[in-house]
Design a protein around this ligand. Structure first.
Ligand code: A3P
Length: 281
């Protein structure tokens, strides 16, 4: 059921949404039926929204670090890098940290409102997401090299034809549930502006006590430049893909004036009445 779209872009459809080839139906179903516990943490995002950054924060905060970042996380929906069997997942040490890129209706563990897992969603202003994603997919992604140009990518993104589907649906599906007890909704721009405040929010949500020294240690280690060269991330070459600029506003070097006007109008329409806003766009 693998499809090849325009410009060599490989994808598969699950629940009618565009997914990467490595999100197989079997892995997806396994992620849905996982029985979660109160100690579980699942971080979720649309791709290129700061999930690697958040994952490292969580691993440091819970002191659940294995030899590499990858070994410290469970990405159940993916058959690609580190597929854990059901048995592996049962035996994994607590707190288990799950990674996911799914919209709310396809969440790990089933309906978030009905299970004890704590979900942390990170969203980023969509102009930087489109830009970051373009550079990632353009010859960098393992999931089906994209060979189109920027204008085509921009169009595909707007139509929800990039892997993980429609950005607006994805973010709004979680935003709608942001007040649930087991959901924390974060924004990349807030993490960037005041990382310490974000760390405290995350720790409070997870009921973790952080000393001032611990906060300072985490702050230092998760800074873009430090993190980029941290061996703890494991196969640095692999993770190198996840570090490009690490700034807010790099879309300004990418968007044309008319794309910007079009996109602003689209955001006005889609965000109307939702209360969702982003800095940096
Ligand atoms: P850019 O391409 O705009 O630089 P993800 O991890 O979800 O794939 O997101 C990748 C984006 O997060 C990239 O954005 C990457 O540079 C940025 N990023 C990774 N680590 C970061 C950090 N420690 N601080 C800030 N941004 C970071």
């Amino acid at each position: 059921d693998l499809k090849i779209g325009e410009h060599g872009y490989k994808y598969r459809l699950l629940e009618g949404r565009v997914m990467p080839p490595y999100v197989t139906p079997n892995r997806y179903l396994l992620s849905r039926r996982i029985e979660t516990k109160t100690s579980d943490i699942c971080f979720i995002s649309f791709p290129k929204s700061g999930s690697t950054w958040l994952s490292y924060i969580l691993v440091l905060m819970t002191e659940n670090q294995s030899t590499s970042l990858r070994d410290s996380l469970h990405w159940v929906e993916s058959s690609w890098t580190y597929p854990r069997s059901e048995e592996d997942l049962r035996k994994a040490s607590d707190p288990r940290i799950f990674k996911s890129h799914m919209p709310y209706d396809m969440a790990l563990g089933g309906v978030p409102a009905n299970n004890p897992c704590r979900y942390i969603y990170i969203a980023r202003n969509p102009k930087d997401v489109i830009t970051s994603y373009f550079h990632f997919e353009k010859g960098k992604s393992w999931a089906g090299y994209y060979e189109g140009d920027w204008d085509h990518w921009f169009e595909q993104f707007v139509k929800g034809r990039v892997q993980r589907g429609d950005w607006f649906h994805h973010v709004l599906s979680w935003w709608e549930h942001r007040d649930s007890d087991n959901i924390l909704f974060l924004k990349y721009e807030d993490l960037k502006k005041d990382t310490a405040a974000a760390l405290k929010r995350i720790a409070a949500f997870l009921n973790i006590e952080l000393s001032a020294a611990k906060i300072n240690d985490i702050l230092e280690r998760v800074q873009f430049q430090t993190m980029k060269s941290d061996d703890v991330l494991g196969d640095v070459k692999e993770f190198d893909k996840f570090f490009r600029k690490g700034t807010v506003g790099s879309w300004k070097e990418q968007f044309t004036v008319s794309q910007n006007e079009f996109f602003d109008e689209l955001c006005r329409e889609k965000f109307a009445g939702t209360g969702l806003t982003f800095d940096g766009m």
